[in-house]
Design a protein around this ligand. Structure first.
Ligand SMILES: NC(=O)c1ccc[n+]([C@@H]2O[C@H](COP(=O)([O-])OP(=O)(O)OC[C@H]3O[C@@H](n4cnc5c(N)ncnc54)[C@H](OP(=O)(O)O)[C@@H]3O)[C@@H](O)[C@H]2O)c1
Length: 339
């Protein structure tokens, strides 16, 4: 494949670039001037410096490729709606336009199971309707981006596939994982409610394998696939195992979900009042992701893509622990020394 990966410097994009390069695909990456590209250093890739908001750079990046993996996005639990909209919606529209002009044969859009919000009925499937109440602009803009992809497929016959992961976890995560580490280090990691809610997890290696399977679909016709790990892990089990694997203090205190929900709302109101650019310690997006029961039915991905969870939860933890000790901690202490 001649493939473009956007968001190549991110957690998912860099893992995908490594996997594509390892199997010999011709990989082009779209990165920003400021992107840290160390996570795919040494991989033979063609680099285009640009931005999903810069249409010229997207024309250069898509030219000559046949497949696009769109992993770039504004992924955060805080920030103004306009920022999420510019990157997740307008950025996706720009890339779709460039892909149509370049004659891209398969556009694989990385969405999120968050587009379904906090559904009442489990398990969710690809038929579950979108959330109608958005507790965060990330949710709204990920829905709008999906709808754009479906629209371009319907109107311009752009061959497209949408993949919806759960919470992505594993070695290389520089978004969610440092936050958990910070909370655990301060003794603020608590058991969320009863802690018996099943988390919708997508281990990075399993997800990358799922994306490669999605890319192999012969006649992409705008299908949506939920891709998540098959083992059912509760939040209590996840945080206990994670902290044990990383030698961090385990969560001991149990806090009712309703109290955490009220605290998250207060934290958000306060952060908005003081116009904080920093995410508050607790947000509803974070709380709902980790504190609610969420099971995705992945039958469609199993049947149509042949997707299977390849890496078990225990193996994933071992890989995360090794990365934490060998790469993450040494790099973090180097950063401190350099300051
Ligand atoms: N993390 C999760 O748990 C999760 C779960 C479900 C779905 N997803 C989806 O998976 C995708 C990848 O997420 P991730 O966890 O890998 O996030 P990430 O580590 O934050 O990576 C985001 C990537 O997008 C790039 N980016 C941001 N704004 C851009 C812009 N204006 N132009 C070009 N590139 C831009 C970033 O570049 P810089 O390095 O320059 O900032 C980075 O490479 C996203 O679509 C996200 O919505 C994530």
């Amino acid at each position: 494949m001649k493939v473009l990966v956007t968001g190549a410097s991110g957690f998912l994009g860099s893992a995908l670039v490594r996997a594509l390069a390892a199997r010999g695909d011709a990989v082009t990456v779209l990165v920003r001037q400021t992107s840290n590209c160390s996570a795919f250093a040494g991989c033979p890739v063609a680099r285009v410096t640009g931005d999903v908001q810069d249409r010229d750079s997207l024309a250069r990046a898509t030219r000559g490729n046949d497949t696009v993996f769109h992993c770039a996005g504004r992924v955060a639990d805080w920030g103004p709606r306009s920022e999420f909209y510019r990157v997740n919606v307008e950025g996706t529209r720009n890339l779709l336009d460039a892909s149509c002009s370049a004659g891209i044969q398969h556009f694989i859009h990385v969405s999120s199971l968050v587009v379904l919000g906090v559904p009442r009925t489990m398990p969710v499937t690809e038929m579950t309707p979108y959330a109608t109440r958005y507790f965060h602009p990330y949710v709204e803009t990920k829905i709008l981006a999906e709808q754009l992809v479906l629209d371009y497929h319907a109107r311009y016959r752009l061959p497209a596939t949408i993949v919806r992961p759960g919470i992505i976890w594993g070695p290389g995560d520089t978004t969610i994982f440092p936050r958990i580490e910070q909370l655990a280090g301060k003794g603020l990691l608590v058991i969320l409610g009863r802690g018996d809610n099943v988390l919708c997890l997508s281990y990075i290696g399993n997800l990358v394998a799922g994306l490669l399977r999605a890319a192999a679909v012969e006649q992409p016709d705008g299908q949506i696939y939920s891709i998540a790990d098959e083992e059912q892990i509760t939040s209590r089990a996840f945080f206990a195992a994670l902290t044990a694997a990383l030698d961090l203090p385990p969560p001991r205190l149990t806090v009712p979900f309703s109290a955490l929900d009220a605290a998250a709302r207060l934290c958000e109101v306060w952060a908005r009042l003081v116009r904080s650019s920093q995410a508050p310690l607790l947000t509803r997006l974070g709380l709902y992701l980790w504190g609610t029961h969420y099971i995705a039915d992945i039958t469609k991905a199993r049947q149509k893509l042949g997707y299977r969870q390849q890496v078990s939860f225990q193996e994933g933890l071992q890989n995360l622990g090794a990365w934490y000790r060998q790469q993450y901690k040494p790099a973090a202490s180097r950063d401190v020394k350099e300051l």
